[in-house]
Design a protein around this ligand. Structure first.
Ligand SMILES: *Cc1c(COP(=O)(O)O)cnc(C)c1O
Length: 382
């Protein structure tokens, strides 16, 4: 049997293990925040944002950010139906109502016209998730935000390395959140970060992130509000510092893998992959193939072909509104139709050219086989 090709796996070098070992050996007492402070400083510099707070996850960063915007009972938050559940759970935890809207057919990101159509007097935020590294139409979304006074926030968990007309994903909205989960381009095992250039919002999240203890509070063990405990550890931050020194290399390899798939698969009729519009850079977290309905290619056919070839392939996100906790919104036609004819392809940094060839060949052979079967069926029916 050939080796199994995994869909993601972090890229860990001597640098990460050295920093982690140093944090474990020396990062205590007076030095217990050294790597955290350095990671926050280096990350906000990399992103071009004024403030950053490292967290235990992207979910936690989103939870605190939405709480700091004052979102709660009776409020509505608009987000794309195509999303990971982590984007919606903080909305639900805060007692607000998620409003799922459709995505664009080519970027698989939130459709600004659909956002506009779903704004009500209760709308308190719009979440722009840059899905798989693809960028949302931020000009249109920020224009809506400006005109209506509704904050646009960015879930950039999947979009490190993505750049929109000179500005990095996560740095454009009222705040941005990132994930450093083990499957993401840059990892700390588990982890995340909150970023913003709004000083007042930063202060509110900082207080919330410290169990509600305000920075200026001199009375010991005295919280001024009920807050959260979503902190990143110094050891995780040490790994993050090493990854951040390598971020250009990590993103470049992701982009190389996506480009390699595109070269090999572009001849397939009816296939589209992660787009990169002029003036933008796609960080290419997860190479994804979507087939046009006319091809007849289904998720199940692709899953079968990859399983037979000993390759991990991940299904495209199911629409959140299709989950049992929510009400179906099949009128979100793209979000409901794309997953049935799409697949995420393996893209870990250390995969070889031969691995990429094998993944591409599996799709090409599946497509060829299907065409053959179709034409036989056609001949029989004539
Ligand atoms: C990974 C991911 C998250 C959650 O990240 P965690 O760090 O696991 O909380 C949120 N949103 C999107 C779009 C993601 O891909």
């Amino acid at each position: 049997m050939t080796n199994r090709i995994f869909y993601t796996k972090p890229s860990i070098t001597q640098l990460e293990t050295d920093y982690a070992a140093d944090a474990a050996a020396t990062g205590w007492g007076a030095r217990c925040y050294d790597y955290i402070n350095r990671f926050e400083r280096d990350f906000k510099t990399y992103l071009g944002s004024d403030f950053a707070i490292a967290t235990s996850s992207c979910t936690g960063a989103m939870h605190m950010g939405l709480a700091a915007l004052g979102i709660g009972e009776g409020d509505e938050v608009i987000l794309a139906d195509t999303n990971w559940v982590a984007t919606v759970s903080p909305i639900v935890h805060l007692g607000a109502k998620p409003v799922f809207v459709d995505v664009l057919p080519d970027s698989w990101c939130i459709d600004p016209e659909e956002v506009e159509r779903h704004i009500t007097p209760k709308t308190k935020a719009i979440i722009a998730t840059h899905i798989y590294g693809n960028l949302c139409d931020m000009d249109a979304l920020l224009e809506i935000g400006k005109r209506t006074g509704i904050p646009v926030v960015e879930d950039a968990a999947e979009a490190i390395g993505s750049v929109y007309h000179g500005r990095r994903a996560g740095s454009m909205g009222a705040f941005g959140t990132f994930s450093f989960h083990g499957t993401k381009t840059l990892t700390t095992g588990e982890g995340g970060i909150f970023v913003t250039s709004d000083g007042a919002l930063y202060e509110r999240v900082l207080t919330l992130s410290n169990h509600g203890r305000a920075r200026g509070q001199t009375k010991q063990f005295w919280p001024d509000a009920i807050g959260f405990k979503y902190k990143m550890s110094n050891i995780q931050a040490a790994i993050g510092c090493a990854q951040l020194e390598r971020v250009e290399e990590l993103v470049a390899r992701k982009r190389e893998i996506l480009a390699a798939y595109m070269v090999r698969l572009s001849a397939l009729p009816g296939i589209s992959m992660n787009p990169e519009y002029s003036g933008t850079i796609n960080g290419a977290w997860m190479p994804t193939a979507v087939f046009h309905p006319s091809t007849g290619t289904t998720r199940e056919m692709m899953q079968q072909a990859f399983e037979a070839a000993n390759i991990d392939a991940r299904v495209f996100f199911y629409p959140l509104s299709s989950l049992d906790m929510f009400e179906d919104r099949p009128e979100n036609a793209n979000a409901w139709s794309i997953p049935g004819r799409a697949i995420n392809l393996p893209s870990y940094h250390d995969m070889s050219e031969a691995d990429i060839d094998r993944v591409a060949a599996t799709l090409l052979e599946m497509a060829a086989g299907r065409t053959y079967h179709n034409s036989t069926a056609l001949r029989r029916s004539v």
